[in-house]
Design a protein around this ligand. Structure first.
Ligand SMILES: [Zn+2]
Length: 351
């Protein structure tokens, strides 16, 4: 393919399993991005959509990835339900989740559907998307990293209690999940209306070291599928950064819902690895191939180049590869390694 595409065209081609000019590269900056704006910190970033957008734009201009990705702490939805936040314990750490509002199983039955325009800190994404979209128009895809209903449940109630309620109080938990599903659906649709091109759908509990597939099918998947059905204009990329993500489930969603496009996981640390995923799930677009826990932090630019060459070799044939880390990059990542990743994607990812 000779015609040069812009980042949006490149990303959309890969998402739809067609052949772009180059395999696109998406680097989830998160806290790392705050380093590109003088005076910015986690609190300022996490309390203003304008600050978030400033960090996204500065990072994008400096590193040149194919996506802009709104990524925040885990309180962005949960705070709207009353989860208290904790100050970061050190610089370059997200605000943490403090006290949870769900104290007993009966509390699940009293959850409301929230309005993303006014509740919690969901508004930040809407504002950030609008500002970034105004600047780049349709040339750069904007992603939002957004928690699924079951993931959100573990941000308003301790995860161990959610696991217990699956066994002891399934009806109450399911009632709470219906409300959370309403909130997540509304949030996704508002993000799309404000310019988001894809949803990094954090369904991180769909990993077999956390739930069994039967448990996930009973408690997680019904809400996920409801979200997919009610957000027809979104492009979902389920993100599962555990060690045994449920690929079979995501591939099932891809075949059932045409807005479920890809899977994002940690190909160097989880099962399957990139090569096996490409062989076993050939129709699913794969978003991975860069090790954010080792190569990106402690490797040299030459190591990053080598890893991306290998990932392209293993998974770009036939389309359907988006080069990306397995999760948010560390704030300690050397800038040169990030630049080397983008350079390597253009060098080795050419179709
Ligand atoms: Zn993750």
């Amino acid at each position: 393919m000779s015609r040069e595409m812009n980042s949006m065209q490149r990303f959309e081609a890969a998402l739809n399993h067609q052949t772009p000019d180059y395999a696109p590269i998406s680097l989830f900056g998160g806290i790392f991005e705050t380093h590109f704006v003088p005076g910015m910190d986690v609190i300022k970033y996490g309390s203003s959509g304008l600050n978030m957008a400033k960090a996204h734009i500065a990072f994008h201009e400096a590193i040149g990835t194919d996506t802009i990705y709104c990524l925040s702490d885990m309180g962005i939805i949960a705070q709207g339900y009353g989860t208290r936040m904790q100050l970061p314990t050190a610089p370059d750490i997200w605000m943490g989740l403090g006290k949870f509002p769900i104290k007993s199983p009966a509390d699940w039955e009293n959850l409301d559907v929230l309005d993303p325009r006014i509740d919690g800190r969901m508004r930040l994404y809407l504002d950030a998307c609008t500002i970034v979209r105004d600047k780049y128009g349709d040339t750069v895809p904007i992603g939002v990293s957004l928690m699924s209903p079951i993931t959100s449940a573990t941000h308003i109630c301790p995860m161990e209690d959610v696991m217990v309620h699956m066994i002891t109080e399934p009806a109450a938990l399911k009632k709470g999940l219906v409300s959370l599903t309403g909130t997540v659906t509304a949030f996704v649709n508002e993000c799309v209306a404000n310019g988001a091109s894809f949803i990094g759908y954090l369904t991180t509990r769909a990993s077999k070291e956390i739930t069994t597939i039967d448990q996930y099918r009973e408690f997680g998947a019904p809400s996920d599928e409801e979200v997919f059905r009610k957000t027809p204009s979104a492009a979902h990329i389920p993100h599962i950064c555990g060690v045994e993500p449920m690929f079979e489930l995501v591939d099932e969603w891809r075949s059932k819902y045409n807005n479920v496009k890809a899977i994002s996981w940690w190909s160097q640390g989880a099962t399957p690895n990139l090569k096996d995923a490409k062989a076993k799930w050939p129709k699913l677009t794969l978003m991975s191939g860069i090790d954010h826990t080792n190569t990106l932090i402690t490797g040299s630019p030459a190591d990053v180049d080598k890893e991306i060459a290998q990932s392209c070799h293993e998974a770009m044939h036939g389309g359907g590869l988006i080069l990306a880390p397995g999760c948010e990059v560390s704030p300690k990542t050397p800038w040169d390694n990030m630049r080397a990743a983008v350079k390597a994607a253009r060098k080795h990812g050419k179709y």
